[in-house]
Design a binder for this molecule. Sequence first.
Ligand SMILES: Cc1cc2nc3c(=O)[nH]c(=O)nc-3n(C[C@H](O)[C@H](O)[C@H](O)COP(=O)(O)O)c2cc1C
Length: 165
Amino acid sequence: MKEISLPKASQLTSPNPVTLVCTQKPDGSANVATVSWWTYLSFNPYMIAFAMAKTSYTGEMVRNSGKVILTVPGKELADIALGCGTTTGRNTDKVSKFDIKLTEVGASPIKIPLHSKVAIVCQLKDYYEVGDHYLYICNVEKVYGDENEEALFAWNGYAQIHSLK
Ligand SMILES: Cc1cc2nc3c(=O)[nH]c(=O)nc-3n(C[C@H](O)[C@H](O)[C@H](O)COP(=O)(O)O)c2cc1C
């Protein structure tokens, strides 16, 4: 083995997970951002975590409202996942720009994209500064799934998004 950078390691671990982190803006509209750095943390109680750059608009929404839904996108959402990972909700209405069809999940005020395979409805518990990111630790309130959707993954690090097939 030879010594490599951590970004290079993230290429070598491809395919990496892909989620769409959904939040509600102050005007009630939805924002969607692509996040690979997430993990299950605990099954008792249900907890998950994800890391987002300090500058991300999503992070600001989560810190302000405490509410967030993490979704695993199905295969139809590949272009949307790439688009939502390369624009910020700070200056872009991603829902109209990428023509994202939204649906409700349970009683949550936050809408999620149609064709999601998994949706994890969360309440922020804590967040910590971790270098250039914040790590968001969340309590899970509800979990929804659709076995018929085919999950997406990030390839070549985070450059491409497509399913395993
Ligand atoms: C495949 C992929 C994975 C990504 N994973 C992360 C991640 O784990 N954490 C992060 O902060 N940004 C990640 N990004 C970049 C964010 O999605 C991007 O900065 C986005 O503009 C944030 O949007 P927001 O400002 O509306 O929150 C990823 C982008 C792509 C394309």
